[in-house]
Design a protein around this ligand. Structure first.
Ligand code: RP5
Length: 165
C-alpha cells in the first residue's frame, strides 16, 4: 500500500477473508495501483459500510473490490449506495464451499450491477486484473504493463509442456 490516494478499495466482511483477498492486493501492488484494504462488514458494521460507500466516489475510488462469504451481502449493498463499480468476490465458506457466497453476490436485481468473479483466490486475482483493465483504458503505460503481464502468462503456460514427460 502507498501514501497516495487510493484508486481501488479492497474491502471484506471479515479478517478471515484476507487470505483470499490478499490475492487481489498482490496484483494491485504488482501493477503499482494505489489501494486500501479494510474490513467493512455488511452485517456487523452496517453504518460504517454505508459511510464507506457514500464517501467512495468523493475520495476518488475508481473501483471497489468487495469479498465476502456465506450470506455475502457486502458487494450488493455497497453497489446500492455508490456509483463506483463494485467487483464482487465470493469467498469460500466453511459449510457450502462458497456456492452460497457466489449465489448471494451474483443474483443482483436488474438496475444495481455487481461484477461477480469466481469463488476464491482466482476470483480475487481476476477482480484485481479487471480493475487494472478498467484503469488502463485511460492510461497507456498501464495498458502496456497489462499486455506484458499477459505475454508472460502465455510464455509460462507454453513452458509447462516440457515438464510433462
Ligand atoms: C462473512 O462471514 C465474512 O465475509 C466471512 O467470509 C464470513 C465468516 O466470517 P468470520 O466468522 O470468519 O468472521 O461476513
Amino acid at each position: 500500500m502507498s501514501n497516495v490516494s487510493p484508486l481501488v478499495g479492497v474491502v471484506m466482511g471479515s479478517s478471515s477473508d484476507w487470505e483470499t483477498m490478499k490475492h487481489a492486493a498482490d496484483i494491485l501492488s504488482e501493477f503499482g495501483i494505489p489501494f486500501e484494504a479494510q474490513v467493512v462488514s455488511a452485517h456487523r458494521m452496517p453504518d460504517e459500510m454505508f459511510a464507506y460507500a457514500e464517501a467512495a466516489e468523493g475520495r476518488g475510488l475508481r473501483a471497489i473490490i468487495a469479498g465476502a462469504g456465506g450470506a455475502a451481502h457486502l458487494p450488493g449493498m455497497l453497489a446500492a449506495k455508490t456509483p463506483v463499480p463494485v467487483l464482487g468476490v465470493p469467498v469460500a465458506s466453511r459449510h457450502l464451499q462458497g456456492v452460497d457466497s457466489l449465489h448471494s453476490i451474483v443474483q443482483m436485481p436488474k438496475g444495481i450491477p455487481v461484477a461477480t468473479f469466481a469463488i476464491g483466490t482466482a476470483g480475487a486475482g481476476n477482480a484485481a486484473l479487471f480493475a487494472v483493465a478498467m484503469l488502463a483504458s485511460g492510461d497507456a503505460a498501464l495498458r502496456e504493463k497489462l499486455a506484458a503481464y499477459r505475454v508472460a502468462q502465455t510464455e509460462k503456460a507454453r513452458a509447462m509442456t516440457k515438464d510433462l514427460v
